[in-house]
Design a protein around this ligand. Structure first.
Ligand SMILES: *[C@@H]1O[C@H](CO)[C@@H](O)[C@H](O)[C@H]1NC(C)=O
Ligand SMILES: *[C@@H]1O[C@H](CO)[C@@H](O)[C@H](O)[C@H]1NC(C)=O
Ligand SMILES: *[C@@H]1O[C@H](CO)[C@@H](O)[C@H](O)[C@H]1NC(C)=O
Length: 742
């Protein structure tokens, strides 16, 4: 087992045992043939006879002899390799017992061989590499037993000491056979996961031998590292309304530990329920995603606390700040804060009608709102403080032109794209009584035939007032005034509601041909507005008067006689019938006709002039007395007529017919004079009585002086009226005829 060269340094130790046994001591591993001792000499044997006596070394059984005897010299020599370790192992003394056998006679000499150790073995560890695993969490002073090294040699030659190559973490503690690694400085797997230590075992031989072993220390992980986020604070910007599953930010944390200790999972730290409704976090990859509705207007910033946890529950935290950015997703809203409705039409330009407020929930530009109203209406928006606007009038309003306004206010923000909304403000204009009623015509004329029935309709007036309700309600009335000294109300009346004008009395064209009245219209406003119009009433003639013959005097009342000279030639004017007609126009257009005559061929009458002329020369044979009956007709429909008789006397001297002259003049004059006297006396009496009555009435009822005639001014007409009523028509005309020439 070993090829160890042993020098000739041989110890002979001849031990004379008590029992007389011979023994030799020598080192192991001597070369074959090396001399152990001279056993023949030591046993007092005759070496010359050794051969003869067949001397030999004998081992019990089949065991190796290890040595032989030299038959010539009697030397005991090494016959085999002698390895102490092989023979005796760890026993300190190693003795081999053998016998020397001789024959003739048989002799048996036991002897023993003491084998000494030499340092021929190195210390040796059981394995070349020792693997140990130490958890990094092991504390300083922790001990780890290492199996000791072995050295087959014994005694000093066996393992005497150990040494550990210098390293950072471990020192060596040796106590007898117990070898321990002592942790001097704590391990950190994250710094150094594997450590190789070199342990050397040394024996005490000379030369010294050693053996080494590599101790491979695997540092096992302990969960001694918390996950570490890559950033202390994460910032993210997220547009509102981002779709679901949008990745907001990815947080990441690393854990220096390994395996389960380094497996990082993510979750929310302490966050509100609201945040959990909006965001989700992926446990594995740390992606934070949108899970719910993001509304800038509700929450503009989210602070999320994120927890990273490793497998065994060490955790750390980070903060994610999510700034939600505004998107123009809110339309501007228009609020009508106040509204004066209705507004009176007479407000001055610049009057504030309404206050508008616009709000936009977005921010920045998306919140900037411009307001406008449509053109055309007399209003404008005046920006006021902040988002307030005043709606003011820009001009005069006129309810009668535009009574309602729908003002559409449009608000547009400055987002991109811009959003807008509009609102319509309904505004009505309240009436002010600013329009007087106006008659449709500048003036009115009414035409009525005389002798009308009282109450008959003459005409109607119409006025318009564009104002509203009572401000536009028209009421007609007659303006006080006089016609021929009598109040107009005794002539006409007007229907207050309809404007229809009625006659109050029957008119007489011969007395009153036309008159004017003023009709007033007023509205019902307060104060009322009014205007007036002139209504001219024209009374038209009706043929109600017969022609009145003035000359010759009517039949029965006179004996008018015309003298016709006997020498009158044809065409000579003889006389003239004079007639008048109180009517007018056609009704007064008279025509004259001879309806009967004594000698029809002798006289003609001018149809329109009433002149009676001879038609031929008078001849002696013509009768002296000629009678004509003349009819006077007017041109009315139907026409009226009157007749008279004309007495013509063909004579050159009136004296020829005295009886006619006397009778006619006397009778006529006296009769007329007496009529006139009676009439004047009675009228004067009446007149005086009348004055007295009027004065009395005035005195007693001062408050209503105008109920009756208007004093003195009215008298002359009344007087005339009275006269006409007292006298018959014929008498009146007769009187007029007489009075006129004087
Ligand atoms: C205003 O709007 C109302 C309702 O929409 C409508 O009835 C009315 O006719 C409008 N007025 C004007 C002046 O446009
Ligand atoms: C009529 O006009 C007056 C002001 O002149 C006003 O106060 C009143 O309200 C108006 N009446 C109506 C019914 O509009
Ligand atoms: C009638 O109208 C005229 C002008 O149109 C005015 O001057 C006059 O005062 C009015 N009369 C009355 C009584 O209102």
């Amino acid at each position: 087992m070993m090829g160890l060269k042993v020098s000739c340094f041989v110890f002979f130790l001849l031990l004379q045992a008590v029992n007389g046994d011979v023994s030799y001591s020598f080192q192991e591993e001597m070369k074959r043939g090396s001399l152990i001792g001279n056993i023949a000499k030591d046993l007092n044997l005759d070496s010359s006879k050794l051969f003869a006596r067949n001397a030999r070394v004998d081992a019990a059984g089949n065991r190796k002899r290890y040595c032989d005897i030299s038959l010539s010299t009697g030397d005991l020599i090494v016959a085999d390799r002698i390895d102490r370790e092989g023979l005796c192992g760890e026993k300190l003394s190693c003795v081999i017992k053998r016998d020397l056998v001789l024959e003739n006679p048989l002799e048996l000499h036991p002897f023993s061989l003491h084998i000494h150790d030499i340092n021929d073995n190195s210390p040796q560890f059981k394995e070349e590499l020792i693997n140990i695993e130490i958890r990094e969490s092991a504390v300083r002073g922790a001990r780890f037993v290492i199996e000791e090294a072995h050295d087959a040699d014994v005694g000093q030659n066996s393992v005497q000491q150990y040494s550990l190559k210098k390293n950072d973490n471990f020192i060596l503690a040796v106590n007898g056979n117990t070898i321990e690694l002592v942790l001097d400085k704590e391990l950190d797997r994250e710094k150094q996961q594997n450590i190789n230590l070199l342990l050397t075992a040394l024996d005490g031989g000379s030369p010294q031998r050693s053996g080494t072993v590599v101790i491979h220390v695997t540092v096992l992980d302990a969960n001694d590292n918390v996950p570490v986020f890559s950033q202390a604070v994460y910032k993210a910007s997220l547009p509102e309304n981002s779709p679901l599953d949008t990745v907001v930010v990815t947080v990441s944390a690393t854990d220096a530990d390994e395996g389960v200790n380094g497996e990082v999972t993510y979750e929310f730290g302490h966050v509100s329920e609201d945040v959990k409704k909006v965001f989700s976090i992926d446990r594995k990859n740390g992606k934070i995603k949108v899970k719910g509705a993001i509304d800038f207007e509700t929450v503009a910033t989210y602070d999320l606390r994120i927890k990273a946890k490793d497998g065994l529950g060490l955790s750390s935290y980070t903060k994610v700040t999510v700034d939600v950015t505004d998107v123009n997703d809110n339309i501007p809203v228009i609020y009508v804060k106040s509204l004066a409705n209705p507004i009176p039409e007479n407000v001055s330009p610049g009057t504030e009608v309404s206050i508008i407020n616009v709000q936009d929930a977005d921010s920045d530009n998306n919140q900037q709102v411009r307001c406008s109203i449509q053109q055309g209406a007399p209003f404008k928006l005046v920006p006021s403080i902040k988002n307030y606007y005043s709606l003011v009038t820009t001009g005069q309003l006129d309810r009668e032109l535009v009574s309602d306004y729908n003002i559409t206010i449009t608000a547009t923000d400055e987002g991109s794209p811009p959003l807008s909304s509009s609102k319509t403000v309904q505004l009505s204009v309240a009436d002010i009584n600013d329009n007087p009623p106006v008659f449709e015509e500048q003036s009115y004329s009414a035409y009525v035939a005389e002798n009308n029935k009282p109450g008959s309709t003459l005409s109607s007036v119409t006025a318009r007032d564009p104002d509203w309700r009572q401000n536009g309600t028209v009421i007609y009335s007659l303006l006080a005034g006089e016609v021929n000294g009598a109040p107009v109300s005794s002539y006409l009346s007007v229907n207050g509601d309809t404007g229809v004008i009625h006659a109050v009395r029957s008119f007489d064209y011969e007395q009153l041909r036309s008159f004017k009245v003023h009709v007033m219209v007023r509205d019902n406003g307060s104060p009322p507005l009014s205007s007036n119009v002139t209504v001219s009433v024209f009374i038209s003639d009706v043929n109600d008067n017969s022609p009145q013959i003035l000359y010759p005097a009517p039949e029965g009342n006179s004996f008018m006689t015309e003298l016709v000279p006997k020498a009158a030639h044809a065409g000579s004017l003889v006389s003239k019938v004079i007639a008048v007609d109180a009517d007018s126009g056609q009704n007064a257009w008279l025509s004259y006709h001879i309806v009967k005559s004594t000698d029809p061929g002798l006289f003609t009458i001018g149809v329109h002039s009433g002149e009676i002329r001879t038609q031929r020369d008078i001849s002696e044979s013509d009768s002296m007395k000629q009678n004509l009956i003349v009819a006077v007709k007017d041109n009315g429909q139907p026409s009226l007529s009157a007749t008279c008789s004309m007495y013509l006397l063909i004579s050159d001297n009136l004296a020829e017919v005295p009886e006619l002259k006397d009778i006619s003049y006397d009778e006529k004059n006296s009769k007329l004079t007496s009529y006139l006297i009676i009439a004047l006396v009675s009228v004067s009496t009446f007149f005086l009585t009348f004055i007295i009555i009027i004065l009395g009435v005035r005195f007693c009822r001062r408050r209503k002086p105008r109920l009756l005639f208007d004093g003195a001014v009215a008298i002359p007409s009344a007087y005339l009226l009275l006269i006409t009523q007292t006298l018959t028509e014929q008498e009146l005309y007769a009187a007029l005829t007489i009075m006129t020439p004087t």
